[in-house]
Design a protein around this ligand. Structure first.
Ligand SMILES: *Cc1c(COP(=O)(O)O)cnc(C)c1O
Ligand SMILES: [Zn+2]
Length: 408
């Protein structure tokens, strides 16, 4: 059963069939999935959703596949945690962590988009999947393609963290480390995608892939008891996740699953790669590309494909944007682990660091509900914090040594 009418150009509105297409041939705008919301309204009730398994496919009618889902059957429906300890430190009344650092199978929100992309790639008949990645996408495509028995080609910048490289190679893909930054990797992949008949999840399958991110927003609303928070802070790389979280909430509003969405959306980036934040602060019409230089490698996209839509989402919601230095990222990673027991990667440090800043600036009021989007796991970016945490106390295996060195 399909609820997808086709694809639609986000710029000029031209319609396209449900094919592996991603760019409008008239205006070069990106294509987006076009749903039959009237048909979905008849099917998708709160009761229907609540009766389904706890994975991202519980919102199946709002996802762009025609047959039954085949991938990511354990992905999504990650915890939404009331962060009581962090509330005290930040002096705010109601703070939640949406924790995709626990997502199945590869511990980041990318497991959502890949679940949808691979289900769709199989419908299209592809036997090979590929991606250009800043790290987490590489992990997820590699793992989920292994489960799905698909051939896999993964392209990453050569200077990625060891944890991200290992957590890709372990699934035995063809891993190509390109001597260049992500933007160069992406350009190369666009060229390869025109020549080889592969499903590049974030290039020719991108319109379908991107829809998976909506479920992050759907879950926030459902887990808050079919309500929206006043503020959501979202990390931005290409700028896709942030606009899809908002789209997910607006869909629920349209289907009358929740009341009117008045959530303000905030973009979070590292100061060393902040093209979206800069555009929002300067109220610019275009995104000025930058050369990334930050420990937040998963967010290091200097020329973000969905940057203008990210900025428009933030602006339209009445939100704002901020960036943080590498030191502030590390501080925020430590703050989250020491208060809530969640070890996030550098992207999570960006999001929490920015949240803290926005609260201190008074942009986010202390007495309103806030959701912080934690999208990846700290075990993958250990080099970012290794030199900045304590050291173990090394002792000989006897009680005297223990009392001498530890209890002194
Ligand atoms: C990819 C990624 C993001 C942002 O994704 P976009 O949709 O490209 O903006 C956020 N957090 C983590 C950990 C990621 O890997
Ligand atoms: Zn167009």
């Amino acid at each position: 059963m399909s609820y997808v009418k086709g694809l639609k150009c986000r710029e000029c509105g031209r319609l396209y069939p449900k094919d592996p297409l991603y760019v409008c041939e008239y205006c070069f705008g990106p294509l987006e999935v076009d749903y039959d919301y009237e048909k979905i309204r008849k099917k998708l009730t709160r009761d229907a959703i609540e009766s389904r398994p706890t994975n991202l496919w519980r919102y199946r009618e709002l996802l762009p596949i025609d047959s039954e889902p085949t991938d990511g059957l354990q992905s999504g429906f990650t915890p939404l945690i009331r962060a009581k300890n962090l509330e005290k430190v930040l002096k705010v009344k109601e703070l939640y962590i949406k924790d995709d650092s626990t997502n199945h199978p590869t511990l980041s929100f990318k497991d959502r988009v890949v679940a949808v992309a691979l289900s769709k790639a199989k419908e299209f008949g592809f036997d090979t999947v590929a991606c250009a990645s800043t790290g987490n996408l590489a992990n997820s495509v590699s793992a989920q393609a292994a489960i799905a028995n698909l051939k896999r080609y993964i392209f990453i910048p050569a200077d990625l963290e060891l944890g991200k490289v290992v957590a890709t190679l372990i699934y035995n893909p063809t891993l190509v480390a390109v001597e260049g930054n992500y933007d160069q990797v992406n350009r190369l992949c666009s060229e390869i995608a025109t020549k080889y008949k592969w499903a590049f999840v974030n290039i020719n399958i991108r319109p379908y892939y991107a829809e998976g991110s909506k479920t992050y927003g759907h879950e926030i609303a459902e887990q808050l008891g079919w309500k929206v928070p006043k503020h959501i802070v979202v990390p931005c790389a290409s700028g896709s996740l942030i606009s899809k979280i908002h789209k997910g909430l607006k869909e629920f509003e349209k289907l009358e699953l929740i009341k009117k969405v008045d959530t303000k959306i905030y973009a979070a980036q590292a100061a060393g790669c902040n093209p979206i934040v800069t555009a929002i602060k300067e109220k610019a019409e275009i995104i000025k590309p930058v050369k990334p230089n930050t420990i937040a490698k998963s967010l290091a996209i200097g020329n973000p494909a969905d940057g203008i839509y990210a900025a428009a989402t933030v602006g339209g919601s009445g939100g704002w944007a901020e960036d943080v230095s590498d030191d502030e990222i590390v501080e925020a990673i430590k703050l989250l682990s020491s208060t809530e027991g969640i070890f996030t990667e550098t992207a999570g440090g960006v999001t929490l660091g920015v949240t803290k800043k926005l609260i201190e600036q008074g942009k986010i009021p202390r007495d309103e509900s806030i959701v912080v989007c934690i999208t990846g796991n700290g075990l993958k970016t250990q080099e970012a914090v290794y030199e900045k945490i304590g050291k173990p106390i090394k002792i000989k295996p006897n009680i005297t040594a223990f009392e001498e060195h530890v209890m002194k």
